[in-house]
Design a protein around this ligand. Structure first.
Ligand SMILES: Cc1cc2nc3c(=O)[nH]c(=O)nc-3n(C[C@H](O)[C@H](O)[C@H](O)COP(=O)(O)O)c2cc1C
Length: 475
């Protein structure tokens, strides 16, 4: 199914291609999206609804759809939680496996945390999704932002921010080596000789490191894409360094063109410093479109949704995203109190505090701004203007579209904004490639390319530790 175009960008290709991804929250990305009159109340767990959404996005030739995740309920504060759809969502890989059977081209990207998983499970699941979808899988590598996850995995407290990234570093290395367990073509399934795979093409990782001991090999042949595409959204200093080393698509939340350009230039320079090609590190800011045929109608759509945000939800939105503070004694229409450093997502905390101080926002105003992060409100033409400006000004290589309510906002975008982007020559009319790597112009990793950087105890023993012959892994 892999076409020649999927081998990666042609040498000398200079024209940048713009990408579109979509965040697939069953009832929309806005916290009150599930209450929108056009959203199905059971949208979070309605498979047919998800299938229709995926097919709408594929009609719009989107590069990928993305399912975010936390491995916990979003909070113990049931007063606010019971007013959101956050307590009720599919496990992403299970959902994407189902969607892989009813879509043909769109990339399928899921979050999986390196803090509360084991590399073998993750390598295996994403390899399976890549095989199921004929090369359309992507892994959004996160280190977990929600401390409540700790309690579900035998820990009293969340791992410290820098420790989470150290663990993530080793985790990704092990996953890559597991994906490379079999050389391309090593699984020959040769019925005549009776050999299912060629033992010379088996590489058992024998990894031993500070966080993981993983013998391997993986029990599935190399993914069609070599490796599923690595997505990442680290924004703090350590997070950006991690993203620049490993990420192929970087999600980011940016509130101004200048800020987005600075982020773009920074991560591309960091990637270059690690010897990577900047064209293979794609930056996708989040964009939340409110589209209507007039500017006034688009603004009314935004206001309609904001009015559905309950006071308890607004307070928790600020509190949970800054972390470790209690705002219950503070009036919603007053300013934020002074806040010190916390163990939560540092970049998100800084983003929120900067915004509140810069624009002198009340707690409620900050919550509503956060609820519509990346909002672009306007006609199909003005939304396309924004996209074109950010793309041409090198603030973005693509966009991660966070539809505030579903399916209405996705249908409006696909029916009105995508045709405008196509008219301007910014976006594809049809899929020209079959795999997610192909759509994004990313090269297919060579076997073993990622294994040389850190030698493991077993790897240091030499080739025998890296490659294993007959008997190893065979039954
Ligand atoms: C578009 C986007 C999607 C994200 N999805 C998830 C997710 O599904 N699960 C999660 O735990 N964190 C998610 N994050 C958080 C990031 O992984 C990251 O932790 C955050 O941006 C803070 O960066 P830092 O870890 O460098 O402080 C997402 C961030 C962005 C911008």
């Amino acid at each position: 199914m892999t076409s020649s175009a999927d081998a990666g960008p042609a040498p000398g290709r200079s024209r940048r291609r713009m990408a579109l991804g979509a965040i697939l929250h069953g009832s929309g990305g806005h916290i009150a999206g599930w209450r929108h009159p056009s959203s199905p109340p059971d949208g979070q767990l309605d498979l047919d609804h998800h299938i229709r959404l995926a097919q709408t996005l594929e009609r719009g030739t989107f590069d990928a759809l993305f399912v975010a995740d936390v491995v916990a309920i979003w909070g113990h504060q049931y007063d606010s939680l019971r007013r959101t759809a956050r307590a009720d969502h599919f496990e992403p890989l299970t959902l994407l496996a189902a969607l892989s059977t009813v879509t043909e081209r769109i990339g399928l990207v899921a979050t999986a945390t390196t803090t509360y998983n084991e590399p073998f499970h993750i390598a295996r699941k994403f390899a399976s999704l890549d095989h199921l979808s004929a090369g359309r899988a992507g892994w959004n590598v996160v280190t977990s932002v929600v401390p409540l996850e700790a309690g579900n995995f035998g820990r009293d407290t969340h791992l410290e921010h820098s420790t989470r990234y150290l663990r993530a570093e080793e985790f990704v290395e092990v996953v890559r080596r597991l994906w490379d367990s079999f050389d391309d073509g090593a699984v020959t399934r040769d019925t005549a000789s009776g050999h299912y795979y060629d033992p010379a093409g088996l590489r058992t990782p024998h990894h031993g490191g500070p966080h993981f001991t993983v013998r391997g090999p993986l029990n599935i042949s190399r993914p069609p894409q070599g490796h599923p595409v690595i997505f990442q959204a680290g924004s703090s200093e350590v997070g950006r360094a991690f993203a620049a080393r490993h990420g192929e698509v970087l999600f980011t939340v940016q509130t101004s063109l200048a800020g987005a350009q600075a982020f773009y230039a920074d991560v591309k320079a960091r990637a270059a410093a690690y010897g990577r090609d900047g064209d293979h590190v794609l930056v996708w800011p989040v964009l939340s479109p409110f589209v209507a045929s007039t500017q006034a109608q688009a603004r009314a759509r935004l206001a309609e949704l904001q009015e559905l945000v309950h006071d308890d939800v607004a307070r928790r939105l600020v509190q949970d995203n800054i972390g470790d503070l209690d705002l219950s004694g503070y009036p919603l229409d007053g300013p934020l109190p002074h806040i010190g450093a916390t163990n939560r997502s540092k970049s998100r905390q800084e983003l929120m505090l900067d915004l509140a101080h810069r624009e002198n926002l009340t707690i409620r105003q900050l919550a509503l701004r956060f609820a519509t992060g990346g909002a672009v409100v306007g006609t199909p033409e003005t939304v396309a203007d924004h996209i074109e400006e950010w793309f041409t000004a090198r603030a973005a290589d693509g966009f991660n579209i966070n539809f505030p309510y579903l399916p209405g906002a996705a249908e409006d975008f696909v029916d009105h904004v995508v045709p405008e982007l196509r008219r301007r020559g910014l976006f594809r009319h049809t899929y020209e490639t079959a795999t997610l790597r192909g759509h994004l112009g990313l090269p297919r990793p060579r076997v073993g390319a990622s294994t040389g950087r850190r030698r493991t105890a077993a790897g240091d023993r030499g080739a025998a530790g890296q490659r294993e012959g007959s008997g190893e892994g065979s039954r």
